[in-house]
Write a new protein. Structure first.
Length: 171
């Protein structure tokens, strides 16, 4: 078992039994129960990576910017489905804009990251592919994220409507 910076909780879904950061355990349990796969997650990327700074000083800025931010790594299609479910589970308000617009205050950082197979199989030639979608969000968004996800998964999505862009100082 890998030592974890954060307290964990055991999550059991089907045949999966995994230690998950305690703040993210309910979310991961819900995602797996809904058939979405995840690869890794962390309830505070800044705290988790602070030890890097001593041997990798260039990471200091990343660590500072990620304090208080959680992330979940998904296979791309599952990550996109997650974003759909969260967006459809509530109004198109400031929270929605954080998930969908890069310039919104506290905008979620959503990235598709190319990965080289050779990182995991060094004897193989490099073979880059798009495999990972990472969703990084303020941990303070967890309650609303979980509520919207629950609403969508219960079959009660919010009908499409106008977008409140006031957090972007746009009407």
């Amino acid at each position: 078992m890998i030592d974890n910076v954060h307290p964990t909780r055991t999550v059991h879904v089907g045949t999966r039994v995994v230690e998950i950061d305690e703040l993210l355990a309910p979310l991961i349990e819900t995602l797996w129960g809904a058939g979405l796969d995840t690869w890794t997650c962390c309830q505070d990327a800044g705290e988790s990576n602070v030890s890097w700074v001593e041997r990798l000083p260039h990471m200091a800025d990343y660590v500072e910017r990620r304090r208080g931010w959680a992330f979940v790594d998904f296979p791309i299609d599952d990550g996109l489905r997650f974003l759909d479910l969260v967006a459809q589970g509530g109004p198109r308000d400031a929270f929605y804009l954080r998930t969908a617009h890069w310039a919104a205050p506290d905008a979620w950082d959503v990235k598709i990251k190319p990965m080289d197979r050779a990182l995991f199989e060094p004897a193989q030639p490099s073979s880059f592919g798009l495999r990972l979608l990472q969703v990084c969000f303020p941990v303070t968004d967890l309650p609303e994220l979980e509520a919207r996800l629950a609403r969508s998964l219960a079959g009660d999505p919010v009908p499409p409507g106008p977008i409140d862009r006031s957090s972007l100082n746009q009407d």
